[in-house]
Design a binder for this molecule. Structure first.
Ligand code: NAP
Length: 260
């Protein structure tokens, strides 16, 4: 725990921290003694969680309402940030469910902005400071849906593939600067976002947010990609290495077609 704080503290920034997995990441970091910079659109939710964690873990927090779908607002937020986070967790995502033909152009733009431009802007700005300090960490939330084409969430899944590949490249580029980068390719997680979209039945291997956050943070510094959960590791191996690509895409569609 102390090593983690020394390497990645004293401040961590969690993007998309107001509920679900982002809140679980923030609490896991607070437990490790890191101060928190929390961003999401709903400030009141961030402030309520921040007050709880300040009291429970004796840490400092700062909460900012930022819409990561607004590139200018994201740039302004980064420009006024006075403390230097040693760790970035980019967790926010926009994941509308629907066939490509039914999504609007503005939905597509929002998916690309929150899920692609957001991680790029934050990783670019914060890694520059980490390079100066000679240490730091970056966690990009990805998904098993990004391991092959995923019908009904095709664009979202493609942005998750982007995050995995980006993390792998940055892992290699930045390791010489003392910065650890990892993509977390999670399977289904019990979060408000997933609960709203899922079919009546949970997908096999569904995990709690706290467990995904712990497994991801524990894997930071050990390699470019983590797949939390044994069943999800098997699923990724099967889909990516064993099955023909066409079959993997059809199997994924059986899981995603009932999302709404
Ligand atoms: N849940 C799953 O089954 C699952 C599986 C694999 C991977 N993942 C990945 O895990 C991450 C978290 O998923 P989740 O299910 O916890 O999502 P979620 O329940 O929808 O929560 C998303 C978080 O991101 C914030 N957010 C969303 N849009 C934002 C925006 N435009 N600007 C700022 N903040 C924004 C939300 O806060 P506000 O609404 O307050 O802004 C919230 O705190 C995502 O990257 C997702 O791709 C999830």
């Amino acid at each position: 725990m102390d090593d983690f704080k020394t390497k990645y503290g004293p401040w961590a920034l969690v993007a998309g921290a107001s509920e679900g997995l982002g809140a679980a990441f923030a609490e896991a970091l607070a437990r490790r003694g890191l101060n928190l910079i929390l961003i999401a659109r709903r400030l009141s939710k961030l402030e309520a969680l921040a007050a709880e964690w300040q009291a429970k873990y004796r840490i400092e927090t700062r909460s900012y309402p930022v819409d990561l779908a607004d590139i200018e607002a994201t740039r302004q937020f980064l420009a006024q940030l006075d403390s230097v986070p040693g760790l970035l967790v980019y967790n926010a995502a926009f994941a509308p469910i629907g066939y490509f033909k039914d999504l609007s152009e503005s939905d597509l733009q929002k998916i690309a902005t929150v899920n692609v431009m957001g991680p790029l802007l934050l990783a670019k700005a914060l890694s520059a400071k980490m390079i100066e300090r000679g240490k730091g960490g970056i966690v990009l939330m990805s998904s098993l849906s990004g391991s092959q084409g995923s019908a009904k969430i095709a664009t979202y899944a493609a942005t998750k593939a982007f995050n995995t590949i980006l993390a792998e490249g940055l892992w290699h580029e930045l390791r010489g600067n003392g910065i650890d980068v990892i993509a977390s390719c999670a399977g289904a997680i019990r979060t408000p976002g997933y609960e709203k979209a899922k079919d009546v039945r949970e997908a096999p291997g569904t995990m709690d947010a706290a467990s995904v956050a712990e497994k991801t943070l524990n894997a930071l510094g050990k390699g470019p990609v983590v797949v939390p959960g044994r069943m999800n590791q098997f699923f990724r191996f099967l889909m990516g290495r064993i099955l023909p690509r066409k079959l993997a895409i059809s199997i994924m569609e059986k899981n995603t077609k009932n999302l709404s």
